[in-house]
Design a protein around this ligand. Structure first.
Ligand SMILES: *Cc1c(COP(=O)(O)O)cnc(C)c1O
Length: 361
């Protein structure tokens, strides 16, 4: 049964109020947003309304205990200005994996896909078309029980907001590793896109930036030696033409849609990809011997972001100059061209808005 959404349009678009030449990520939000509620496992109230503040009871559970999960994806426009989504089915699957771990209800495939499709369709003028720019889409779900005690929650709200953004990282990233701070641990919630995973990284990130780095490259929680991921990106190293990336087996890193796409693209280009434990000593050694050909982060926000420097083992390690690297550039160009419909999509990744495909959730 097709999900039905009640639509209330904004009276006047705000699109002419924004500085289109300077779309700072997260500064502007589109005219509309989507909302729906779940009470004891039953979803209702699906609606698209003018973007605006949320009203909440001060004891709203998520505000106290962090039961909040989110997703991040982007809409692009092809040369004919048709809006395109990139692998939205994967975001739904991951959102439901996060929901399960956090004791929250699954979002029905029908509801998720229709909400996305209709919201992007209504606000399609908000999808910027300059190179590297896109409309960032943020679905999220929070526990809304009005109760200050800790107990399993029964009421939830699912919301989608959207923000036009220019290219996210313009320059190569310098990353720092810590052994005094850990992002995730086996048995924890590291594989979920859960709000608290990020709250705990704000202090280390502040320190990293103050010390002249851009991001934290998280290491494993036990030995502080194996690479995990960077901020909101997965990480890849290319050593002797082999792509090496941390495996998902420990349950401590996000199963990135970009990560998965990069693995597929690298293999299609003839490269070997290994998903395994990545020892930072191995990475640093390969770098010293000139065998570390590339290192980059992958994520929806940044696409593919080359790493220029890694601080590990008390030392800054400068990597091979970004200008001379071919792998990250090749992967990024191919990925970005598929997302924007510039080249053929042999994988069925790109979904035109107006015909979002349904998946089994
Ligand atoms: C969102 C995120 C990623 C990247 O996932 P994509 O689906 O590629 O955007 C990687 N790591 C963390 C911690 C994230 O939150």
């Amino acid at each position: 049964m097709a999900h039905s959404i009640k639509i209330t349009r904004s009276e006047k678009s705000r699109i002419n109020d924004i500085d289109k030449k300077n779309l700072v990520f997260g500064k502007y939000y589109s005219d509309h947003m989507f909302l729906a509620e779940c009470d004891h496992g039953k979803w209702s109230g699906s609606r698209i309304v003018p973007f605006g503040d949320l009203q909440m009871h001060p004891a709203t559970s998520a505000l106290h205990y962090g039961q909040l999960i989110f997703e991040g994806m982007k809409a692009y426009k092809d040369a004919q200005e048709n809006p395109l989504l990139f692998r939205p089915d994967q975001n739904l699957i991951r959102m439901n994996i996060s929901a399960k771990r956090m004791g929250m209800p699954e979002i029905l495939a029908d509801l998720f896909m229709k909400a996305l499709n209709d919201l992007v369709d209504i606000d399609r003028d908000w999808i910027p078309t300059d190179a590297g720019s896109s409309l960032y889409i943020r679905p999220y779900m929070l526990a809304t029980d009005e109760f200050i005690g800790i107990r399993p929650t029964e009421r939830f709200q699912f919301i989608i907001i959207m923000s036009p953004a220019q290219a996210y990282y313009n320059k190569p990233v310098k990353v720092v590793t810590y052994s005094k701070y850990v992002r995730a641990f086996q048995g924890g919630v590291g594989f979920a896109k859960a709000a608290g995973n990020y709250g705990g990284t704000m202090l280390p990130l502040r320190e990293a930036i103050a010390a002249g780095y851009d991001q934290v490259l998280w290491l494993d929680g036990l030995e502080h030696r194996y690479a995990e991921e960077i901020g909101s990106m997965n990480v890849f190293f290319v050593i002797d033409d082999v792509f090496v990336t941390p495996s998902l087996d420990e349950g401590t890193i996000l199963d990135g849609v970009t990560r998965d796409s990069v693995i597929e693209l690298a293999r299609s280009m003839g490269a070997t990809v290994e998903e395994r434990k990545v020892d930072m000593d191995e990475v640093v050694q390969a770098n010293k011997e000139g065998r570390l050909q590339d290192a980059f982060g992958t994520g929806t926000a940044a696409s593919v972001a080359p790493i220029s420097l890694i601080h590990y083992g008390g030392e800054d390690h400068m990597l091979t100059p970004v200008e001379g690297r071919t792998w990250y550039k090749k992967i990024k160009t191919t990925l970005d061209n598929i997302k924007t419909g510039k080249i053929d999509d042999p994988y069925g990744w790109v979904v035109p808005v107006g015909a979002a495909k349904a998946v089994e959730a």
